[in-house]
Design a protein around this ligand. Structure first.
Ligand code: ASP
Length: 516
C-alpha cells in the first residue's frame, strides 16, 4: 500500500492515527535537530516532521537528503501541529515520521513549482509535466474535466447521443486551411484533419440520429494569433426537426446548467440582439455588454443626430470618429473596449451572455471579387430570403440573412451555429454563389448532396468552443491555461518537440519527395 490517505485529507479528527502518505517534496526546512517537509499531491499538502530526539540516525540522514520534487512515501503518527496554519486545510496537524522511503529522486526543477512561478512560458511548456503540478494549472485542468462531465450529463439527460466521427477525412471548409495527412496506401492522396465534424453531423441527421453531440478535437491550420491553438476542442451538436428557437433554448439551457453546476452562478435569460444592431451599437458581432457606451450615429443615411442625443452629461467624454461605415464602426468598437478596460468596466467575475442573431448569409470579398459564406456553406438562408437567393441579383445576395446565431459571453464568441440547408437544389445554388463549379461541388460534397436525395430532415446545430468557454468562465483570457498540452505561438509542442522532420524511409513510403 503506497498510501492510506492523500496529502489533502488529514484533519484534527485523525490525530493519534498512524498513516502513510505518498507524494512530492514541495520544500523542506532543516534546523539540524528538526526537519520539516511539505509533502504534496494533487489533493493538497501535508507537513511532515522529523525530530532528532525520536528518530534514528538513518531516518534523519534520509530526511536531510530530500530535495525538491523527490517522490517519497512516509509513515508516521498524526499529531496536533504546534503552530497551526489556517491557510492550509491540513494546517491543524502534522505527521511525526517513523519510516521514510525514497521512491524516486528528482533533479532540481528548472522553475519553482509554486502558485507564482519564476519559470517563463517556453520553459514551462518544455517541462509541461512540472507546470501541470502547479496548483493553479491543476485547478484549470480539473475545472475542464468537471465541465466535460457536466456537459455529457446534461446533454444525455436531454436525449442526446454521443457519436464519434472520424479524424481522417476530406476537407471541410470552415474558412481555414486544413492540416493534411498523406496516405501511404493511396500514393499521392491526402486525408484532411477535420476543421469540425460539420458534414458528418449533418449526415447523422439524414441517418436519423436526431440529437447528436460530441466533445471533439478540431484542427485548423491558421496563422496563429494570440490565444489560437491549431487543435482545439468543441462541444459539437446537431438536432433534427428543430427550428432555431429549439436550438437556442437547448443550448441556453446547457450554458445555464454549467454555470449553475460548476460555478454556482445563476444566469437569467439571455438577451438577443440582431447582428445589424450589434454592429451599429457596438461595432462588433460579439459585443461585450458588461458595460454601456453604445454608439450614437451622428449622421447616417437614415437619420442624423446632434450631440445631445449621445446622452452625455457634463464632464463626460465624447469620442467621435468618422469614415467608411464598417471600418469606423470596427475602430470605434476597439476604442470602446479599450475604454472599458481603462475604466475597469470589464469585470471577469461578471457574466453577460447574449445571442447574436440573423447574420448575413454571404460576405463579399472585394479583393477576391467573390462571396464567402459568413458562417459556412451549409447554413440556410432565412425562409423569407430563399426566393431572393434563388432568383436575386448581386446586390440582393449581399442583403440575404441567415438562420445563423452566435452565443457571446463577455465579448467572446463562445458558440456558433445555424439551421442548415437540407434541400439539394438550394445547397447546389449556395455552392454556385460561393464560386464552386457543379463539378467542384460534386467532387467535394457529392456525398452530402447525394445524402440530401435520400430523405434529409430539416436540421440545425451549434458548436461551443470548449477551451474558450472554460477560460471565460474562469475569468481568464488564455485558452492555453485550460489545455493540458498546448502548443506555443509558433504552433510547436515544446515538450515533445513537434513538428519535426521525418526520415527518408518514411517519406518514401508516403510517396513524398525524397531529398538527395
Ligand atoms: N461547425 C461549425 C463551427 O465549427 C459550428 C456549427 O455550425 O455547428 O463553427
Amino acid at each position: 500500500m503506497y498510501r492510506s490517505h492523500t496529502c489533502g485529507e488529514l484533519r484534527s479528527s485523525h490525530i493519534g492515527q498512524v498513516v502513510t502518505l505518498s507524494g512530492w517534496v514541495q520544500k523542506s526546512r532543516d534546523k539540524g535537530f528538526m526537519i520539516w517537509v511539505d509533502l504534496r499531491d494533487r489533493y493538497g499538502m501535508t507537513q511532515l516532521i522529523f525530530d532528532e530526539n525520536n528518530s534514528s540516525k538513518e531516518l534523519m540522514e534520509a530526511a536531510k537528503s530530500l530535495g525538491r520534487e523527490f517522490v517519497i512515501q512516509a509513515t508516521g503518527l498524526v499529531i496536533e501541529r504546534e503552530s497551526k496554519n489556517d491557510k492550509m486545510p491540513t494546517g491543524d496537524i502534522e505527521i511525526k515520521v517513523t519510516e521514510l522511503k525514497i521512491l524516486n529522486a528528482a533533479k532540481t526543477p528548472p522553475f519553482t513549482i509554486e502558485d507564482e512561478t519564476d519559470g517563463g512560458d517556453d520553459l514551462r511548456m518544455k517541462y509541461r509535466y512540472l507546470d501541470l503540478r502547479r496548483s493553479p494549472v491543476q485547478k484549470n485542468i480539473i475545472f475542464r474535466s468537471k465541465m466535460a462531465i457536466a456537459t455529457r450529463a446534461y446533454l444525455a439527460d436531454e436525449g442526446f447521443i454521443e457519436i464519434e466521427t472520424p479524424n481522417l477525412i476530406k476537407s471541410t471548409p470552415e474558412g481555414a486551411r486544413d492540416f493534411v495527412v498523406p496516405s501511404r496506401m493511396n500514393p499521392g492522396q491526402f486525408y484532411a484533419l477535420p476543421q469540425s465534424p460539420q458534414t458528418f453531423k449533418q449526415i447523422l441527421m439524414v441517418a436519423g440520429y436526431d440529437k447528436y453531440f460530441q466533445i471533439v478535437k478540431c484542427f485548423r491550420d491558421e496563422d496563429l494569433r494570440a490565444d489560437r491553438q491549431p487543435e482545439f476542442t468543441q462541444i459539437d451538436c446537431e438536432m433534427a426537426f428543430v427550428h432555431q428557437e429549439d436550438i437556442l433554448n437547448t443550448f441556453e439551457g446547457l450554458t445555464k446548467h454549467l454555470f449553475d453546476k460548476i460555478l454556482g452562478v445563476t444566469l437569467s435569460d439571455f438577451p438577443r440582439m440582431q447582428y445589424d444592431d450589434a454592429m451599429r451599437l457596438y461595432g462588433s458581432d460579439k459585443p461585450d455588454i458588461r458595460f454601456g457606451m453604445e454608439f450614437a450615429e451622428l449622421k447616417s443615411p437614415h437619420h442624423s443626430t446632434d450631440l445631445t442625443s449621445t446622452q452625455a452629461k457634463a464632464g463626460d467624454l465624447i469620442l467621435v470618429l468618422c469614415g467608411e461605415v464598417d471600418k469606423t464602426r470596427k475602430q470605434l468598437g476597439e476604442l470602446r473596449l479599450e475604454m472599458g478596460n481603462k475604466l475597469n468596466l470589464r469585470d471577469p467575475k461578471v457574466f453577460k451572455p447574449l445571442w447574436v442573431l440573423d447574420f448575413p448569409l454571404l460576405e463579399w470579398d472585394e479583393d477576391a471579387q467573390r462571396f464567402f459564406a459568413m458562417h459556412h456553406p451549409f447554413t440556410s438562408p432565412k425562409k423569407d430570403d430563399v426566393e431572393r437567393m434563388l432568383n436575386g441579383d448581386h446586390e440582393t445576395m449581399k442583403a440575404l440573412r441567415a438562420d445563423a446565431y452566435d452565443l457571446v459571453l463577455n465579448g467572446v464568441e463562445i458558440g456558433g451555429g445555424s439551421i442548415r440547408i437540407h434541400d439539394k437544389e438550394l445547397q447546389s445554388k449556395n455552392f454556385k454563389l460561393l464560386g464552386f463549379t457543379p463539378e467542384q461541388a460534386e467532387d467535394q460534397f457529392g456525398f452530402l448532396l447525394g445524402a440530401f436525395e435520400f430523405g434529409a430532415p430539416p436540421h440545425g446545430g451549434i458548436a461551443f468552443g470548449f477551451d474558450r468557454l472554460c477560460s471565460v468562465m474562469c475569468g481568464s483570457n488564455s485558452i492555453r491555461d485550460f489545455i493540458a498540452f498546448p502548443k506555443n505561438n509558433q504552433g510547436r509542442d515544446m515538450m515533445i518537440d513537434a513538428p519535426s522532420l521525418i526520415d527518408q524511409t518514411q517519406l518514401k513510403e508516403l510517396s513524398l519527395e525524397v531529398k538527395s
